[in-house]
Structures are given as C-alpha cells and as structure tokens.
Write a protein that binds this ligand. Structure first.
Ligand SMILES: Cc1ncc(COP(=O)(O)O)c(C=O)c1O
Length: 402
C-alpha cells in the first residue's frame, strides 16, 4: 500500500472523503494500520478507514472554541441522551425515556459494566457461539458461568436458545446484529426471544453496537423496545461502527427502566465520577446522531456494495464458501474449512504471502463455533479492498498448498 489516498467507490467519494493513510499509520492501533508493518493491509479490527463526517469535527471545534472542559452530568449530557433516545425511536423501533440512557465510555466498557452489575459469581449466563469476544469476556469478568447458544446453519433460533437455557439461567447476553456472522433477527424473532426470557425471569443484555449498519433496508428492532414490558433487556450502544468514532470511546447503556438506570449508575460509580463518558466525545456523538444522515446513507451504500463485491471475489477462491451475504455489519465471515487448512494457519499464511491481515475464526476472538472461518472487515475503500483481494488471489495457490 502506498500512502496515496484512494477515494471510496462510486459517487459517495465527496461525501465520505478519503482515508489519510499516513495518519492511519500513526493512529489506527488495535491490529490495524499503526500495528502492522508498512505495506500490509489490515482487514482486521472493525474500525473504518474512512474519516469521520465533517459535522462531527465542526461540533468538536465549536465546543473547543469556549475551552472549559468541566465535569459533565453523571448520566451524560442531556443532548447526548436525547439524541440516543431519538435515534432509537427513528431507526430501531424503540421508544425510550431518556432517563433510561447513560453515556458510557465505549460499548466495550458499557457491556462490561452491565455484566458486572447484573451477574454474580457463579451465575449461569447464556451467550451465542460464535460471538465477538467482548460479549463472552464481559460475562467471564463478572464471574458468570457461560452456557453456549449454538447456531443452526448460521441462524440463532428459538429452539437453539431453549436448548441452552436451564432453570438456573440468570441472563442471556447477545450480539444483535451479530458479529461475526452478520446476521439479524427480525422484529418478530426479537419479540419471541424477549418473551421467552421474560417468562423465565431471565435478564437480557443485548449488544447493539452494530445496529447502525443494517443492509438492504432490513428492519432492525432493538431489544430496548421491550423495556416497558415484563422483559427487562439492557441494551448496549456505541458509535465506533456506524460513525467511525472508535477512538472517541463513546457509547451508551439503555436500562430497562429509569429506576434501574439510576441503580446501575450508582453501583458502577457514575455518581462518584469513577465512571462516565468524555464530554467532548458526547458532543461528537450528538452531532453524529443528529446531523449526519446523508453521510451515514452514503456509508451504508458503500458498505453494501463492498459486501457484495467481497463476497463474489472471496468465493471465487478455492475452498472459500459463504452461505449468504451478511444482513448487517461491515464484516464478512467466510467458511474456509474446505481449504483443508485451519483458520489460524490460513490467516498466518495470508499475512505471509499476501501481506493482508485478517482475523482467524479462533476461540480467542469468537469462541469455538467460529473455527473454520476467517473474518475480514470491509470498512475500507474499494481500492484497498481490491488490492487486498488481488494479493490474496495471486497468492492463493501458495497460501493453500499443503
Ligand atoms: C459486538 C461488539 N461489541 C462491542 C464492540 C466495541 O465497541 P466500542 O468500540 O464502542 O467499545 C465491538 C467492536 O468490534 C463489537 O463488535
């Protein structure tokens, strides 16, 4: 890769802007540009290469023009909490009282805090397998005993959930939409899961950090829409994926009720300034949720095209299979077991021979159920994606030689 910026595909270039690779090589850590050798393309951690929208940088600059960086309200800025509530009403079929919303320092932190709040050592907690490691890690850190909800042919079904639940199950921790499989439950399925858990007195923790990346106009229903009913889902939200703000570490917890939100904040230390989100990040996030619709539409169009393109190119490689296109997320998770090479070895060989980094579907990242897959992030320009896929294609016979 040279440092020449590549424009995103089609007409969205002007709106989306171009990555500045020199800056990415300095700032994009966590397995990405700043943590790989020069010349390597990192399709690894799910963090967009594209710059954040202009409205966000303007909002940050405006805030900084009056340079008082004081403590903000413990639960978060009212405007941030309102923007989250309105965003959920507009795009996720959930009417939320802002008293239920707490600003958090990232989705990763939010899910860990909620798990600690709800789960006691030894509690039984059901989580999907495979799933992003943050979901299971949050349960482990809280001392929960994991039971796994196995997928059925790529679908997490109600029957699979029933098989995982026991009379001792205290909580269900899910990723919706699902990383790494890119799957999405319909609103009816969300309701069924919420009702099943409600009937058994099981708390739901739903990590919805991916809910701003839903393809093909599919409906997304948040578990938060069931907060006012007997079911009591806790929803985790964040802006790393939908608005390219990973480094600002900004997200939110939506509790089942305002009383439980207040309990959560008291327990986690928000009221004592131990927890809470950076005010500047909340200002940026508020701009994202209120002023960036056009940018976000262009981003989604770009990602949808990347997904179709990557799927067709990847499945032309011998031994690479994809049962269906991801319905959500900007990751793709092809099955590679037909290459006869395990996921860690294959990812190592791809790095070595194609100078492209991908994430192996290993237990470390996604659980046992991810074996035989690799995950690639597609939140880059078409030129970067094609360069990566060209290199993999050119080296594929060497990569897969036994
Ligand atoms: C399921 C899931 N939860 C949480 C996160 C982390 O989000 P944040 O950057 O807001 O901590 C990720 C990032 O990949 C994710 O995939």
């Amino acid at each position: 890769m040279t440092s020449t910026p590549h424009a995103p595909h089609a007409n969205h270039a002007a709106l989306l802007g171009s990555p500045d690779y020199e800056t990415l090589r300095q700032r994009a850590h966590n397995l990405r540009w700043a943590s790989v050798e020069e010349g390597v393309i990192p399709l690894t951690a799910a963090d967009p290469d594209l710059p954040a929208p202009r409205a966000i940088t303007d909002a940050i600059a405006n805030y900084c023009a009056r340079p008082h960086f004081c403590y903000g309200p413990a639960a978060g800025l009212i405007e941030f909490r309102e923007s989250v509530a309105r965003h959920f009403a507009r795009t996720k079929d959930a009417l939320i009282d802002i008293e239920r919303v707490s600003a958090c320092n990232s989705a990763a932190s939010a899910i860990t805090l909620v798990a600690r709040h709800l789960i006691r050592a030894g509690d039984e907690v059901v989580a999907q397998d495979p799933v992003d490691f943050l979901v299971t890690e949050s349960v482990r850190r809280a001392g929960g005993n994991l039971r796994l909800w196995k997928h059925d042919n790529g679908h997490f079904t109600l029957d699979g959930l029933r098989a995982a639940l026991t009379p001792r199950t205290r909580a269900l921790c899910v990723c919706h939409p699902h990383n790494p499989m890119g799957s999405l439950w319909t609103p009816a399925q969300v309701r069924e899961i919420a009702e099943l858990c409600s009937a058994r007195g099981i708390e739901i923790i739903s990590d919805e950090v991916w809910s701003d990346i839903v393809h093909d106009g599919n409906a997304f229903a948040s578990f938060a829409s069931f907060g006012a009913t007997a079911a009591s889902p806790w929803v985790i939200y964040g802006l790393s994926k939908g608005f390219a703000l990973a480094g600002l570490r900004i997200g939110a917890v939506i509790a089942p009720s305002s009383a439980r939100a207040a309990d959560f904040r008291a327990h986690a230390g928000f009221d004592h300034t131990i927890e809470g989100a950076s005010t500047l990040s909340q200002v940026a996030a508020t701009a994202a949720l209120t002023q960036c619709d056009e940018w976000h539409d262009a981003f989604l169009t770009h990602l949808g095209a990347q997904r179709t393109h990557a799927a067709s190119r990847l499945t032309s490689l011998t031994g690479v299979e994809l049962a269906r296109l991801p319905e959500a997320t900007f990751v793709i998770f092809p099955r590679i077991s037909a290459t006869g090479i395990d996921e860690v070895e294959l990812a190592t060989r791809i790095a070595q021979h194609a100078r492209v980094r991908v994430v192996p579907g290993s237990p470390r990242w996604f659980g046992e159920g991810a074996r035989g897959h690799i995950r690639l992030s597609l939140a880059c320009t078409r030129a970067t994606l094609d360069e990566a896929l060209d290199r993999m294609t050119a080296a594929w016979s060497v990569i897969t030689a036994s």
